[in-house]
Design a protein around this ligand. Structure first.
Ligand SMILES: C=C(O[C@@H]1C=C(C(=O)O)C=C[C@H]1O)C(=O)O
Length: 114
């Protein structure tokens, strides 16, 4: 079996590290880039809550599969592990659905939704 793709330090853009301090500095650097993107994604999910007609409409199974399939494709292009990316994205979508439901309920309680 060849090297697991996402741990291969020869992969383009990845720095081979000699210490845990270096590894953690790289992880911190990436988290600083990732968190604002996740915050932005959650902002669009919150907008979805205002556009859906019913609470049942928050969960859209075909769209979940579409999002996961696209995440797998991005992982393939980045030479990453598709199964691991799928697990992360399913967790992200699950949490996003909870977030959207909370926004849906808040909007309707305030009486500003439809
Ligand atoms: C944002 C949506 O609402 C939900 C959240 C999704 C997501 O986080 O990508 C996908 C499907 C929906 O169940 C949507 O319907 O597109």
């Amino acid at each position: 079996m060849s090297t697991i793709p996402t741990t291969d330090p020869r992969r383009a853009g990845m720095r081979p590290c000699q210490s845990m301090d270096e590894v953690r500095a790289e992880i911190d650097r990436l988290d600083a880039l990732l968190v604002p993107l996740v915050v932005e994604r959650l902002g669009y999910v919150a907008q979805a809550a205002g556009l859906k007609p019913t609470r049942d409409a928050v969960v859209v199974p075909w769209r979940i599969e579409d999002v996961v399939a696209k995440a797998r494709l991005h992982a393939r292009h980045a030479q990453g592990d598709e199964d691991t990316i799928e697990r992360i994205w399913r967790a992200l979508v699950d949490i996003s659905i909870d977030w959207e439901r909370a926004h849906f309920d808040r909007l309707r309680l305030r009486g500003t939704g439809s």
